[in-house]
Design a binder for this molecule. Structure first.
Ligand code: MD3
Ligand code: FE
Length: 216
């Protein structure tokens, strides 16, 4: 099946190796879509998307929220995992059953048995939003993989090496794609350049990314 969007074949059900310990499962989240979107609505009603501020004082172009026992937050004092939403002072919404089922199934499919995430960072990209090249290293147990789920508008994903200056490869991430990052890939630099405008049939003018982590 050819995707007319960029001419790159997009075949649900295929596994594309991304690096050592990392694999892209095309379309793996598609059977979960209705449950994921319903659960997401309930989360956002309790813990709305917000543009967090980095330690340098800049508001991020990506809007974020969390669910699970801990959530990733940033403010002027730094980055951290917090059991409470700083906007409400309440604990984050629980990880919905469908989120947990998808994360565990994807991790197992990639060879990581018994992954039980305790944190899910939810990113919302509108056209123009971007995430500059970074490493995810605020999690206490880096032996756990990260499972990422892409929904809505397609994005380009940049995947580099262990040093910021290492060359990056680009991959298209589309609605329903799930990637699992573990082993030596866990600390690789990665980013998402400015989201191109468009309209997705179920999510409209946005891209949502869920990342499941073992943070605590
Ligand atoms: C590779 N999110 O939330 S998902 C992030 O599309 C983040 O919103 C991006 O980077 C997004 O931190 C990329 C893919 C991803 C996530 C975490 C990784 C790739 C990763 C951690 C290590 C290596
Ligand atoms: Fe990241």
């Amino acid at each position: 099946m050819m995707d007319l969007l960029d001419g790159i074949p997009h075949t649900p059900g295929t596994h594309e190796p991304l690096g050592t310990g990392a694999v892209l499962l095309r379309g793996f989240a598609l059977p979960f879509e209705p449950r994921l979107l319903a659960a997401l609505q309930a989360i956002v009603a309790e813990a709305p998307f917000r543009h967090m501020v980095t330690p340098s004082g800049h508001a991020m172009s990506v809007a974020m929220t969390n669910c699970g026992a801990a959530g990733w937050v940033t403010d002027r004092t730094g980055y951290r995992y917090d059991t409470r939403d700083p906007l409400s002072g309440r604990t984050w919404p629980a990880l919905p059953e469908a989120f947990l089922a998808l994360a565990r199934a994807a991790a197992a499919e990639a060879g990581y048995e018994d992954f039980t995430p305790d944190a899910c960072l939810i990113n919302r990209y509108e056209p123009g939003a971007r995430l500059s090249l970074h490493q995810d290293r605020d999690e206490r147990n880096l032996a756990h993989p990260i499972v990422s789920v892409s929904l809505g508008l397609p994005a380009t994903f940049q995947f580099g090496g262990l040093k910021r200056a290492d060359p990056v490869r680009r991959h298209a991430l589309r609605h329903g794609d799930v990637a699992v990052w573990g082993g030596p890939s866990r600390l690789c630099f990665h980013g998402v350049p400015s989201l191109k405008d468009g309209t997705h049939e179920s999510l409209g003018r946005m891209r949502i990314n869920l990342t499941f982590r073992g943070a605590l």
